[in-house]
Ligand binder design. Structure first.
Ligand SMILES: [Zn+2]
Length: 333
């Protein structure tokens, strides 16, 4: 249990007034919503969990607010993903002046190298449930270290949660196997599914690289169009945190349907189909399997008639009418 802090000076009292902190509260701040959810599963009512990047936000390109600095200042424990995910975190921690312990929840994960950036790693390790098990073990260990008096509760909650994630891992394996082998290709907005694909046997192609902080290149679109034609896959997928425009255009150009919305860099809100880390992986799997196992539907390209086309049609019509009148007049002479 945390020791109660006793205000011993006026300055310290003033600090407490500015930052009302009940010393018994264990305040855990996670950078991203899936990590916050894991902490809630293990800590239950014993801890207060807050998240820097809100649900639906994009942790790759987040811009911390003064409120975030205050939240981090009051924290006892900070949980971060690392692997070049939260580029903004170091500055936020420095600005907040926090004394909180800072834990890398991916400690022990075998990182995948970034396909695009040298010396960078792919941060999306949580998409593989076996990595999720490493995340939750690190979180459990950190909570027990911080609050040993409640270690039994953390341990038993962790064990129950780990069992569910192990079952989920097997569930994903079984489900992905039901997709015809040639159709096990996942096309999304950004490369968030490399760990998922590596673990469960599905090939990945994306419009952007491992970060969302990049411009779409024509070469990438050409590459995707080729993969779509060669594989005959029936669907593409949009992501909850990324503008779907480019992906929708590629789908329309190739007469494909959007197979559904996947959750990669954030869980969904409580009314969504993915309100937790567990649901996020399960929902993504169900959506992917249903869409890629379905027969290919012919989706007609959306017709956008420009005003110029209309004018040209009118002019052609008028020319034909005038020619007809001229001819009629000539014959009647
Ligand atoms: Zn991402």
């Amino acid at each position: 249990m945390l020791k109660k802090s006793k205000p011993i000076s006026l300055i310290f009292s003033a600090f407490i007034a500015l930052h009302p902190l009940v010393a018994d509260d264990i305040r855990v701040v996670a950078t991203a919503s899936m990590i916050a959810d894991m902490a809630k599963e293990i800590g239950g009512d014993l801890i207060k969990v807050q998240c820097v990047v809100p649900i639906g936000g994009d942790p790759h390109i987040y811009d911390p607010t003064p409120g975030d600095a205050q939240m981090v200042a009051q924290a006892n424990l900070i949980l971060r993903n690392g692997l070049t995910f939260e580029g903004w975190l170091t500055e936020l921690i420095e600005n907040s002046g926090t004394k909180a312990k800072n834990i890398l929840v991916t400690e022990g994960v075998v990182a995948i190298k970034s396909l695009i950036y040298e010396n960078a790693t792919d941060p999306h390790a949580w998409m593989d449930a076996s990595n999720g098990l490493i995340y939750i073990r690190n979180i459990k260990d950190a909570l027990i270290k911080l609050d040993p008096a409640n270690s039994t509760t953390y341990q038993s909650r962790y064990e129950a949660y780990a069992k569910r994630l192990e079952e989920l891992d097997q569930y994903i394996f079984q489900r992905i196997k039901t997709i015809p082998e040639s159709k096990r290709i996942l096309i999304t907005s950004h490369d968030a599914f490399q760990y998922y694909g590596k673990r469960y046997g599905i090939r990945l192609e994306s419009v952007l690289g491992t970060s969302t902080d990049a411009e779409v290149q024509t070469a990438d679109i050409v590459r995707l169009n080729r993969v779509i034609k060669e594989s005959g896959i029936p669907a593409l997928f949009v992501e909850s945190t990324i503008n779907p425009k480019v992906l929708e255009q590629i789908a329309s150009d190739n007469h494909l349907q959007i197979g559904g919305k996947l959750y990669s860099d954030s869980i969904g809100n409580k009314d969504s189909p993915a309100p937790s880390y567990y649901d996020m992986l399960k929902h993504n799997t169900d959506v992917i399997v249903a869409a890629l196992s379905a027969p290919k539907l012919y989706i007609p390209q959306q017709k956008t008639t420009s005003p110029y086309t209309t004018i040209i049609y009118i002019l052609i019509g008028l020319t034909m009418v005038i020619s007809l009148i001229v001819l009629t007049v000539k014959f009647n002479r």
